[in-house]
Design a binder for this molecule. Structure first.
Ligand SMILES: *[C@@H]1O[C@H](CO)[C@@H](O)[C@H](O)[C@H]1NC(C)=O
Ligand SMILES: *[C@@H]1O[C@H](CO)[C@@H](O)[C@H](O)[C@H]1NC(C)=O
Ligand SMILES: [Zn+2]
Length: 439
């Protein structure tokens, strides 16, 4: 995998070298108050809901027009009470005192990110990631300017869409927290370099950047420009990555590093983010499985480490069912809300309802059971083989209990307990790239 992966990075860097400017227009230093970036997959659902005159026979072309609306809220978001912290001491009032307290247990699997987000007034991603940079000694090791770091993290947080029920900055913070838990696992912690940790945390924090709240099939069928730009392949993940690169460059956070290192960082972050494309899971999983079968993973080898970090980020991204029921249930409701919201739009504009998105035929329980059976259990089963620790056992324990709970709900609702959503069975077949993004 090693030499192959390197050459893949290089190819991708060449192929995509112009994509940052095609996807994300980097803002000039002075232009902070103007539109941050040129073009966004911003989808303002209020437009769909409130303008009844554009209803009825709206075709994909009209939806496309709506989708290409600039994110006009963007500039105003700076006035909506998200302040740019002016010193490294962000946590200094009462709520923030409690948030600070929570950060002492940031490595606990029971960490309640929803509570943390409330205590930080919606700044969970900035607070948590800054804290983790500090905790892992990255600020010192890479001689990072804390003002630039904070500004970078604020931009990252701002580029998530807070109106998405699921794919928002809280999900990013949750994935970053999970990633931190995995980085602490003995096998990883003893072999990871500061560079690995740095890339892992940045990739986790940015992995869904600027997510439009609809999935790839939706972007393809509405002829969204991102689908064209990325040729219908890992459309969202490519956009998250290029958005992250845009913000990295814009923040100047690593301006003091060599160009070579910065390029290596950009491409390796890309490899991590692209691994979160759920439609590619089978390929990653069979590679992981055969490494484990052969027992040939050698974490002194940088390429093997990066492969493991890809798997770790994949786990972090879909770890919701491995959390406690209280947390897990909230995530399930949020993701379903986002799916159904997409389905409502698809119905309204006669676009054909995507799998899992039809509120008339789907239930949270069905979706969750299918998700767990076909995606989460296989992934975490292999992860536990790789890292057979208390954390892995805890995660598998919650997974089993949560699945049983959803089966209970399902039985109550339908009288039969064994329905598995057929949409997930199709995940194994050739239509994979057309399947909805689940995480
Ligand atoms: C940061 O803001 C606080 C008020 O929130 C102010 O007291 C302090 O002087 C500011 N620090 C700097 C360096 O501007
Ligand atoms: C992407 O998918 C659409 C719809 O299926 C198709 O019309 C288009 O040709 C595809 N583009 C590429 C580059 O494959
Ligand atoms: Zn995600």
């Amino acid at each position: 995998a090693s030499a192959l992966q390197i050459s893949r990075w290089e190819k991708k860097m060449k192929k995509n070298s112009q994509d940052v400017t095609r996807d994300v227009r980097v803002r000039s230093r002075a232009g902070f108050e103007t539109e941050r970036r040129g073009s966004h997959p911003y989808i303002d659902f209020r437009i769909f809901h409130s303008n009844s005159e554009i209803e009825v026979s709206v075709s994909a072309r009209n939806v496309r027009r709506l989708l290409s609306f600039q994110r006009y809220l963007r500039s105003s978001r700076f006035f909506r009470g998200i302040t740019v912290p002016n010193s490294s001491n962000i946590l200094d009032d009462d709520y923030n005192g409690q948030a600070k307290c929570m950060l002492e247990k940031v490595g606990n699997w029971n960490f309640d990110i929803f509570l943390f987000d409330r205590l930080t007034n919606g700044n969970s991603l900035v607070s948590l990631t800054f804290h983790l940079f500090n905790l892992h000694g990255l600020i010192e090791h890479f001689q990072l300017d804390t003002m630039k770091l904070r500004r970078f993290l604020v931009m990252v947080q701002e580029d998530y869409h807070s109106q998405n029920p699921y794919h928002n900055a809280v999900h990013a913070a949750d994935v970053t927290q999970a990633m931190h838990c995995y980085l602490k696992e003995p096998k990883l912690s003893k072999s990871l370099t500061p560079w690995d940790v740095l890339l892992s945390l940045i990739a986790a924090a940015t992995h869904d950047l600027d997510h439009p709240g609809v999935n790839q099939p939706f972007l393809i069928k509405t002829n969204h420009y991102l689908a064209t730009l990325y040729k219908n392949t890992s459309v969202l993940e490519n956009h998250h990555w290029r958005s992250a690169v845009g913000l990295l460059r814009e923040s100047g956070l690593f301006a003091h590093m060599s160009l070579e290192n910065r390029q290596l960082m950009e491409s390796q972050i890309g490899d991590l983010i692209l691994a979160t494309d759920i439609s590619q899971q089978n390929e990653y999983l069979s590679m992981f499985r055969s490494h484990l079968d052969r027992g040939d993973l050698c974490l002194e080898n940088a390429n093997h480490r990066h492969f493991i970090l890809q798997m770790a980020l994949k786990c972090a991204d879909i770890c919701n069912p491995c959390r406690t029921w209280e947390l897990s249930k909230q995530w399930s409701e949020k993701v379903t809300e986002e799916f159904f919201h997409q389905g409502d739009i698809e119905k309204k504009y006669h676009l054909g309802v995507s799998p899992l998105c039809d509120r008339q035929t789907e239930t949270i329980a069905n979706i969750q059971i299918g998700f767990m059976t076909y995606l989460v259990e296989p992934l975490f089963g292999e992860w536990a083989r790789f890292s057979n620790t208390r954390l892995s056992q805890t995660m598998l324990g919650h997974l089993g209990l949560n699945k049983a709970s959803w089966k209970g709900v399902q039985r109550e609702q339908s009288g039969s307990g064994d329905d598995v959503d057929p949409a997930f069975e199709e995940m194994d077949s050739d239509i994979l790239p057309q399947e909805p993004r689940l995480s």
